[in-house]
Design a protein around this ligand. Structure first.
Ligand code: ZN
Length: 308
């Protein structure tokens, strides 16, 4: 198929119309997929229903949605197949179950059946050319989101900045952070790396909840940025809200022995503290990659300040 035919398909998505307004889900999902390709996150033609895809979709969706639109990314991820732009790869043995889906009953049901989505092969190879990628994106913006063009382009630029900084942080741990300004895109890059390397899990309790790409964990800094100016991923750790708060207050600190230490301020004879106290001397749930383990100076900084 010619590239121009894909442009036509993108202009005539079956979006559903509410009160004369075209539903934005499908074109927003395409913008998210284009961002993945543009920023080198899709080296193969395999689009996982990943936290990053959902985060990108959410960024675009927040700008273009109307009051009638609810955030339900699994629907465009599935229904874009009806426009013959993307297809899905079911897990082995799940082909019949996939064929039987008319609309996903739930995200979990769908992800139990489908391994990943992929673009039409010819389209995917065309999009390796940045000019073509831009052309398709511009077509989508002009067809569906003309009045949001400026804000969409800000996201596109912002995502490029985030990726550049993320690549720098991943490539040179320990060598960044001096005299840098903390901007939103840098902070997002840091958060994405930390959440990813900890596999979206709290390093204290292991909690891992994914609600349509919204995760319960925060990317916390061991030595605060205001003091350290250090965006090295080894100065970060992923924590759930409770344990992030407890670490910020020095009630729970990660030690250089790779164990958690609980402040004697918390008394197990008092009701309600047991959730934190039981973490005392438990192992920090560290990233698989050793190069991302917290560095000693950052752990020592925390450990020294435990509330006594
Ligand atoms: Zn936790």
């Amino acid at each position: 198929m010619l590239f121009d035919d894909y442009l036509k398909k993108a202009q005539t998505l079956r979006t559903g119309v509410v009160k004369g307004y075209k539903r934005p889900h499908k074109p927003a999902m395409l913008l998210a997929i284009l961002s993945l390709i543009e920023n080198g996150k899709l080296n193969e033609n395999k689009i996982a229903y990943s936290p990053l895809l959902l985060e990108l979709f959410k960024r675009y969706f927040e700008i273009v949605k109307s009051q009638e639109d609810s955030f339900n990314p699994i629907l465009p991820f599935f229904h874009l197949r009806g426009d013959q732009l993307i297809h899905h790869k079911p897990f082995p043995g799940k082909e019949d179950a996939y064929e039987a889906i008319r609309t996903p009953r739930s995200t979990k049901q769908f992800l139990d059946i489908v391994s990943y989505a992929y673009l039409e092969e010819e389209l995917f190879s065309s999009l390796r050319d940045p000019e073509k990628l831009n052309k398709l994106r511009q077509t989508i913006i002009e067809t569906y989101f003309r009045k949001h063009e400026i804000r969409i382009k800000q996201i596109i630029e912002d995502e490029k900045d985030i990726t550049t900084y993320q690549t720098k942080l991943e490539g040179n741990p320990g060598k960044v952070g001096e005299k840098i300004e903390r901007t939103q895109s840098r902070s997002t890059a840091f958060s994405r790396i930390i959440r990813e390397i900890y596999d979206y899990r709290c390093a204290a309790c292991g909690l891992r909840i994914n609600l349509n790409g919204l995760f319960i964990i925060d990317a916390a800094r061991l030595i605060p940025f205001s003091i350290s100016k250090d965006d090295d991923p080894c100065n970060g750790i992923a924590l759930c809200k409770n344990h992030h708060w407890a670490m910020d207050k020095f009630l729970l600190v990660p030690g250089i022995d790779d164990l958690w230490h609980v402040s004697p301020e918390l008394d197990d004879r008092l009701e309600g503290c047991s959730d934190i106290i039981k973490l005392d001397k438990r192992k920090i749930l560290l990233p698989q990659l050793k190069k991302y383990h917290p560095k000693e100076e950052s752990l020592a900084w925390r450990e020294k300040r435990i509330l006594k």
